[in-house]
Design a protein around this ligand. Structure first.
Ligand code: UD1
Ligand code: CA
Length: 458
């Protein structure tokens, strides 16, 4: 009979070595808190319950991640990893199986965990270990003459000889709940750090005659512990390489996989091409044949088929149709909708605005709180004056309108369909359809006028 699986994630530590006001488990990896990566790996195992032991920065952790479907267990004082697991054991039944994950070991893959769970079949303690060249500050796996695992010694407690051991503890282990509970009750804090070490249960298990199996981790990347910003930076590169490999595998062209960052999820159609230094955040959906030029940032947006995003554009919470063109140097802010074949050119900012089919805002314009119809041309330097200092107002531009360069559309205002607005106009009243509306001083020339001359100095 398979036991019910309870995953305990340890996330209460301060992470002093991060030197940050943000608790360690909230530090971003791939744009998301470390802890979310671990919880996702746990969820893939479909456990009976996931318990997260939290403590340091409790309110920050709760407000950032309170939405997670987990049992939050408060460890008020961080007395060590053994003490932390013990806090969660109150909610784990005796016939359960416990898998311990560390909130600061975020790149663990669920298939490695499945292998470990299989290895640690009934009545055995299973550890995930790894042989490395530089064991550094990791706990060392102790084996007897018959090569059986008999304990773990922390680097800080190790003898000089033990420090040479290059099989390390990844921190990940699984054990039957009943036995684990009794081993935890026997822990003491008589060690270099004055903490109740979870690692000490290994020796207790071995002494009690319990089989201890050591499963080898798939790769060092997967089990890297993150204790400081240097570790975090290394893990970020590992994750980004994985993202890039997944996209390449899916047929996306990445001009340089090492200069691409994905901080969320990306769905890409066929023949998508992404140039260097592109950052994709949140949920980004790219249609077939989309090209993204160098130095673009796209956050939570959907880009239609065959649309080209030219260099150095920033796009956030926008929906862009098929065959559109954006940039270079365009900024599409939240609520921008571009219909098919529309174009937003250089140094144009849009916000909460819809641009109809085949409409163009080519240069140096601001379009905010506007609904622009189809086949509209908005000239260079046009500004929708949407804000009166207190409230935002809307601008409506009908189909086929032509708004001359450097016009100011003072909202609320409506430009009729096929209307033409003369360049440099300040439009404060609705402009009728099919008509030229001009609002500016008439040009005059003064004959015989001469420029002032500079006085001669004496
Ligand atoms: C731990 C292991 C070490 C292993 C390494 C792998 C112990 C004693 N040592 O060392 O053998 O090689 O991980 O990365 O387990 N935590 C709590 N409550 C506490 C203390 C810690 O929740 O009271 C959490 C931390 O937030 C962290 C995890 O447990 O997520 C590990 O704690 P940390 O202090 O980073 O242990 P290491 O020194 O890395
Ligand atoms: Ca650690």
């Amino acid at each position: 009979m398979s036991k019910s699986l309870h995953v305990i994630v340890l996330a209460a530590g301060q992470g002093t070595r991060m030197r940050s006001s943000l608790p360690k488990v909230l530090q971003p990896l791939g744009g998301r808190p470390l802890l979310t990566h671990v919880v996702e790996a746990a969820e893939a195992l479909e456990p009976a319950r996931i318990h997260v032991v939290y403590g340091h920065g409790a309110s920050q952790v709760q407000s950032a991640l309170g939405y997670l479907d987990v049992n939050w267990v408060l460890q008020e004082q961080q007395l060590g990893t053994g003490h932390a697991v013990d806090q969660a054991m109150a909610d784990v039944p005796d016939d359960g199986e416990v898998l311990v994950l560390y909130g600061d070991v975020p790149l663990i893959k669920s298939h490695s965990l499945k292998d470990l769970l299989t290895a640690g079949s009934d009545e055995a303690l299973a550890l995930l270990t790894l042989v490395v060249d530089e064991p550094g500050s990791y706990g060392r796996i102790l084996r007897d003459d018959d090569n059986r695992v008999v304990g773990i010694v922390e680097a800080k407690d190790a003898t000089r000889d033990q420090l040479f051991i290059n099989e390390i503890n990844t921190g990940i282990m699984c054990a039957p709940a009943k036995q684990l509970r009794s081993w935890l009750a026997q822990l003491n804090n008589d060690n270099a750090q004055g903490e109740y070490y979870l690692t000490d249960v290994v020796a207790l298990a071995a002494q009690a005659g319990t089989r201890v199996v050591a499963g080898q981790a798939g790769s060092p990347d997967e089990v890297q512990g993150i204790n400081n910003k240097a570790d975090l930076a290394v893990a970020e590169r590992v994750l980004q390489r994985q993202h890039a490999e997944a996209l390449l595998e899916a047929g996306v062209t990445l001009r340089d996989p090492a200069r691409f960052d994905q901080r969320g999820t990306v769905t890409a159609g066929a023949d998508v091409s992404i140039d260097v230094n592109v950052v994709l955040e949140g949920e980004v959906i790219l249609g077939d044949g989309v090209t993204i030029g160098p130095n673009c940032v796209l956050r939570n947006c959907r880009i239609g088929n065959r649309t080209n995003i030219l260099p150095s554009s920033v796009i956030e919470h926008a929906v862009i149709g098929d065959n559109c063109q954006v940039g270079p140097f365009a900024r599409l802010r939240p609520g921008t909708v571009m219909e098919a074949r529309s174009k937003v050119g250089n140094f144009v900012e849009t916000k909460k605005s819809r641009l109809g089919v085949n409409s163009k805002v080519g240069h140096l314009a601001y379009v905010g709180d506007a609904t622009v119809g189809a086949d509209v041309n908005i000239g260079a330097g046009v500004i929708t004056c949407n804000y009166d200092g207190a409230n935002k107002h809307e601008t409506i531009v009908g189909d086929g309108a032509f708004v001359g360069s450097n016009s100011s559309l003072v909202a609320p205002v409506e430009i009729g369909s096929h209307a033409t607005i003369g360049a440099g106009s300040v439009i404060t009243k609705n402009a009728p359809p099919n008509t030229l509306t001009v609002s500016r001083n008439r040009q005059s020339s003064i004959d015989g006028w001469s420029r002032p001359r500079k006085k001669l100095s004496q």
